[in-house]
Design a protein around this ligand. Structure first.
Ligand code: AFP
Length: 281
C-alpha cells in the first residue's frame, strides 16, 4: 500500500534518503519517532483519505482511530507504517505491516479479511493473504510487482529469533529457549519483526518477543504487528500464540494493546504452550 500511495519505487527511495533523522516526537508507546516513521505514516493515511477506500484507519503512530468522511467501503485498516525503526540509521531491512478488517479495527485477528507486509531490503518485496494462500511479490524498477512465490507453506526449520534480554526471561520461556538451543536452532534476530518473520516464513522455526519480568505483557503491538503477521503465518500453515493461546482469538479493548508473541511453525508454538501450562500449575 505504501508503494501504491507513494506512486513509484523512486519516491520510496527518496523518502528513505530524506528522512533518516529523529523526528523529535514520541508515539503512544512513549517511543521516539524517526522522521521516516512519520513520513510513512503520512503517505499511508493521506493515500487512504484521498481514495476513501476504507472507513477506519488505526496506525502505530496515531493516538486515535481515524474515521474517513464519506467512505466508499466500511473496511477498517491497521498499519505499522515503519516496522524496525531502530534499524533505519544503520541501513538494515525494515518493513510495513497492514491488516484489513470488514469493519471496526477493534476486532479479533481471526476476523481479518486480508493482511500484508512489505519488506524493504536489498529488494522490496510484498507478501499478502486474502485467506486464499500466502503469496510473495518483488517490486520492479517502475514500482510494478512480479509474483515470486505462490501458496507459501512454512517449512520445518531450525531458526529462532528471540527478542528481549535473557536475564529477564520468565521460567516457561527460559525452558523453551533452552530446548531450542539444545536442539541446534540457529539464532537470527534483527530488530525488525517483518524481516525476522519473512525469514521464518520461508525457512521455518520461531520468532518470539516474550513477556518478561516487569513487562509480562511483552512489547509487540497486538493490532499493528501480532495480528496481521499472525494472519499470514497461520494461513501459511503456522501459528501465533501469546504463550498460552492463539493470539488471533483475542478481542482487543484498545488500539495500544500489547502482547507476548510466539510466531512460527506449529511444532514450536505447541512447545511453548505446553511449557507455559506445565510451569503455571
Ligand atoms: P517499531 O519499529 O515499529 O517500533 O517496532 C520494532 C519492534 O516492535 C519489532 O519490529 C522488533 O521485533 C522489536 O521491536 C525489537 O525490539 P528490541 O529493540 O527491544 O529488540
Amino acid at each position: 500500500m505504501i508503494l501504491f500511495f507513494a506512486e513509484n519505487g523512486q519516491e520510496i527511495k527518496n523518502g528513505f534518503l530524506k528522512s533518516q533523522n529523529k523526528a523529535g516526537t514520541s508515539n503512544i508507546y512513549g517511543e521516539e519517532q524517526m522522521a521516516l516513521d512519520k513520513w510513512a505514516d503520512e503517505v499511508l493515511i493521506n493515500g487512504l483519505k484521498k481514495t476513501r477506500l476504507v472507513r477506519y484507519i488505526a496506525t502505530e503512530e496515531q493516538p486515535n482511530i481515524i474515521e474517513i468522511d464519506n467512505p466508499r467501503n466500511q473496511f477498517g485498516v491497521v498499519i505499522d507504517p515503519l516496522d524496525g525503526s531502530s534499524l533505519i540509521d544503520v541501513n538494515l531491512a525494515v518493513g510495513t505491516i497492514i491488516g484489513i478488517y470488514p469493519g471496526t479495527v477493534l476486532d479479533k485477528g481471526e476476523n481479518m479479511i486480508a493482511a500484508m507486509y512489505i519488506l524493504y531490503g536489498p529488494l522490496t518485496t510484498l507478501t499478502f493473504t486474502t485467506g486464499n494462500g500466502v503469496h510473495d511479490f518483488v517490486m520492479g524498477e517502475k514500482g510494478e510487482f512480479y509474483l515470486t512465490a505462490e501458496n507459501i507453506r512454512i517449512p520445518d526449520g531450525k531458526i529462532y529469533a528471540p527478542g528481549a534480554l535473557r536475564k529477564d526471561y520468565l521460567p516457561a520461556h527460559s525452558k523453551f529457549i533452552e530446548s531450542l538451543e539444545n536442539d541446534g536452532y540457529k539464532l537470527r534476530f534483527s530488530g525488525s519483526f517483518v524481516a525476522d518473520m519473512h525469514q521464518i516464513l520461508h525457512k521455518g522455526g520461531v520468532f518470539t518477543y516474550p513477556g518478561i519480568k516487569g513487562k509480562e505483557k511483552g512489547k509487540l503491538r497486538l493490532l499493528f504487528e501480532a495480528n496481521p503477521m499472525g494472519r499470514i503465518i497461520a494461513e501459511a500453515g503456522g501459528a501465533i500464540s501469546n504463550g498460552k493461546k492463539d493470539i488471533l482469538s483475542i478481542l482487543p479493548d484498545a488500539i495500544d494493546n500489547i502482547t507476548p508473541v510466539y510466531a512460527g511453525s506449529k511444532k514450536e508454538i505447541g512447545l511453548i504452550e505446553r511449557y507455559t501450562q506445565e510451569l503455571s500449575v
